[in-house]
Every structure is written in structure tokens, then in C-alpha cells.
Write a protein that binds this ligand. Structure first.
Ligand SMILES: *[C@@H]1O[C@H](CO)[C@@H](O)[C@H](O)[C@H]1NC(C)=O
Ligand SMILES: *[C@@H]1O[C@H](CO)[C@@H](O)[C@H](O)[C@H]1NC(C)=O
Ligand SMILES: *[C@@H]1O[C@H](CO)[C@@H](O)[C@H](O)[C@H]1NC(C)=O
Ligand SMILES: *[C@@H]1O[C@H](CO)[C@@H](O)[C@H](O)[C@H]1NC(C)=O
Ligand SMILES: *[C@@H]1O[C@H](CO)[C@@H](O)[C@H](O)[C@H]1NC(C)=O
Length: 294
């Protein structure tokens, strides 16, 4: 058994068996069926700072829902996490997924609603280790609303200690009965020192395809934040460097969102530019950015 298998890695999309959470009545004007894990100690986000932010909701069964976030990289392609579309090792049904964008609110109140036309999960995504936790969702129609700006992906790597920000509608406290956020939240984190996660968590999680941050001052990610962007605050507008994936803690401990010393794992986006080109047909220069391009 490798070290990483002994670690507690909690995926952040699903709310399986969260009994006290009652799925909101969604007023969604869709023809087929229907179609919904949060930042701890963050602040309310403003859509102008994350104009490309997308909300995903999926009704898994009578009592369980799944909540994730994503980022529009063009009118109809959304970058998100692969595990958002898995429940207990099985792919969820595409027609259980509902999407909204261009609003601080989730699908309940956002005026811009979509369904997926196609969900492309990375072919090397590993549902057990969470390696290659990246997916692209094609919307059923082009997103078009005031002030829409597409997310740009960073062609570089931040320096240790640089400020990062994440956004999501996930739970705002580790408590089991904590509700989801009606509006999205934002929290500041820091790019870690090289390999500090590998040594702190003794993980063999691939440091080329993922990176971690450490929770500090009770700030961190929680269920529902999966798939959302982690951005590099130093540049304006802040480019995306990763996709929110999971929480991580030391051997034999159970993770608790936001607990100091625990960590968060992100899919490192720089590794996937070729894959994104193939899936979307977009050219790298359309969705990437570096300080040289300013
Ligand atoms: C959607 O937007 C793309 C460009 O992003 C454009 O090529 C395509 O024609 C648009 N489709 C519709 C139906 O407007
Ligand atoms: C998850 O899947 C396993 C194997 O298919 C099954 O035994 C288990 O009951 C499932 N758990 C839930 C919560 O559905
Ligand atoms: C678009 O952005 C401008 C400038 O920030 C703001 O005044 C306006 O309310 C925004 N429009 C919408 C529909 O959000
Ligand atoms: C990944 O780990 C290797 C070996 O420890 C190290 O040489 C490399 O610099 C690390 N890469 C990153 C991006 O931290
Ligand atoms: C974790 O649990 C295993 C098996 O119970 C034990 O051998 C190991 O020493 C524990 N590790 C820590 C860091 O407590």
C-alpha cells in the first residue's frame, strides 16, 4: 500500500447522505427531468471579480444532491473537475445536471440557466486517486449576458507565498448540517513552498499535475467548491492556475474543512493546455495568459 492510499483525501463535490440538507425547490424551466459541496471563513464574492463563474447542480437521488463550480473559457465551454460527475464510482446521468452562470446566485435565482450538451472527462482521470481531475462541459447554448468575460489560464507558475483566491458555492462550515451558500464565497490562500505538501502529507500525488495549499486562520475549501477556479491575484485580471479538487490531511486523520494545517488539492491547469485544445477546438492563445501578454 502506497503512502498516498493511507491518506485521507476527501473529494469535494458530493453531499451523499447529508440528511439535514433539503434540496431547494428549483424553478428550472427545462423540458426533461431536473437537475446541485463551500468555502470556510471566506467573504461574499462579487460576480465582477469572477464574471466567468459557473454553478453546477445535480440531483443524485431523492435526498442527495451534488454541487460544483466551473469556469467559462468560451461561450459554450466550461472547465471543471472530473469527479463532479461521479457518484460512488459511477458516472452520473447527464440529464441530472443543471447549470447557471453570470450571477452571485446559484441555479435557484440566476437568470442564466443551461444544461450540458456534452461532458468530457479526462481519459486518464482516476476516480480512486483523483489524478487528472479535470473535465470540460459543453453547454446546450452559448452563454451571453452583460459583462461576461472568459476565464484565462495562466501559462506560468506563481512564486511561493503569492496570494491566490478561490470561489465557490460550497458549505461555509465543516458542520454536517451546514447549508450550501445561496451566493458564492471567496477566500484567500497562499501558493505553497515547493514540495511542502509532499512532505507534510507524505503524499505521492503527482506534483506536476496537481498542487496544494495549506489552510490558515480557519480558511479553506469545503464540499461544493469542487471544479471552481483558483486564481493568481497578483495579475489583473487574475488568471486561473488550478481547479479545486479535494481536501487533504495527515495520515489517520479525517479532514475537516478549513482546519489549520490541513490542505486543499488543486488540479494544476498548466499541464492540460493541449488536452483543452483537443476537446474544445479552441487555440491555446484564446484561453491562456501570462505576465508577458499584458
Ligand atoms: C456560439 O459561439 C461560438 C463562438 O464562441 C460561435 O462560433 C457559434 O456560432 C455560436 N453559436 C450560436 C448558435 O450562436
Ligand atoms: C457504493 O458502491 C458500492 C459498490 O458498488 C456499494 O456496495 C455501496 O453500497 C455503494 N454506496 C452507496 C452509498 O451507494
Ligand atoms: C456590468 O458592469 C458594470 C460596471 O461594473 C455595472 O455597472 C453593471 O451593473 C453590470 N451589469 C450587469 C447586468 O451586471
Ligand atoms: C516536483 O517534485 C520533484 C521531485 O521532488 C521536484 O524536483 C520538482 O521541482 C517538483 N515540481 C514542482 C512543480 O514543485
Ligand atoms: C496510522 O495508522 C496505522 C495503522 O493503524 C499505524 O501503523 C500508523 O503508525 C499510524 N500513523 C500515524 C502517523 O499515527
Amino acid at each position: 500500500m502506497s503512502l498516498s492510499e493511507k491518506l485521507t483525501v476527501i473529494l469535494l463535490s458530493f453531499l451523499v447522505g447529508l440528511l439535514s440538507y433539503v434540496a431547494p425547490q428549483m424553478d428550472i424551466p427545462y423540458s426533461h427531468n431536473k437537475l446541485e459541496v463551500r468555502i470556510v471563513n471566506g467573504d461574499s464574492g462579487e460576480i465582477k471579480d469572477f464574471p466567468y463563474l459557473v454553478f453546477f447542480y445535480s440531483q443524485l437521488n431523492e435526498k442527495d444532491v451534488s454541487v460544483c463550480a466551473g469556469s467559462l473559457i468560451s461561450n459554450n465551454f466550461v472547465l471543471t473537475a472530473a469527479h463532479c460527475f461521479y457518484n460512488n464510482g459511477t458516472k452520473i446521468k447527464i440529464d441530472s445536471v443543471y447549470i447557471s452562470a453570470g450571477s452571485e446566485f446559484n441555479t435557484k435565482k440566476s437568470p442564466n440557466k443551461y444544461i450540458p450538451d456534452e461532458i468530457t472527462i479526462h481519459e486518464d482521470f482516476d476516480d480512486e486517486t483523483n489524478l487528472n481531475d479535470i473535465a470540460i462541459v459543453k453547454l446546450n447554448k452559448n452563454a451571453s449576458f452583460a459583462n461576461l468575460t472568459f476565464a484565462k489560464l495562466y501559462k506560468d507558475i506563481p512564486e511561493s507565498g503569492d496570494e491566490l483566491k478561490i470561489a465557490g458555492w460550497g458549505k461555509v462550515s465543516p458542520e454536517k448540517d451546514s447549508k450550501f451558500s445561496e451566493t458564492f464565497n471567496v477566500v484567500k490562500l497562499e501558493y505553497p513552498a515547493q514540495n511542502s505538501c509532499d512532505s507534510s502529507f507524505k503524499t505521492k500525488l503527482n506534483n506536476k499535475t496537481s498542487f496544494c495549499t495549506f489552510n490558515k486562520d480557519g480558511k479553506g475549501i469545503c464540499q461544493g467548491d469542487s471544479g471552481g477556479p483558483i486564481v493568481y491575484s497578483k495579475l489583473k485580471p487574475p488568471p486561473i492556475i488550478g481547479i479545486t479538487s479535494s481536501t487533504i490531511t495527515s495520515e489517520n486523520k479525517t479532514t475537516s474543512c478549513g482546519r489549520d494545517g490541513d490542505g486543499s488539492m488543486f488540479t494544476s491547469i498548466i499541464h492540460y493546455f493541449d488536452w483543452i485544445e483537443v476537446v474544445t477546438g479552441l487555440k491555446k492563445q484564446e484561453f491562456t495568459y501570462s505576465s508577458d501578454d499584458i
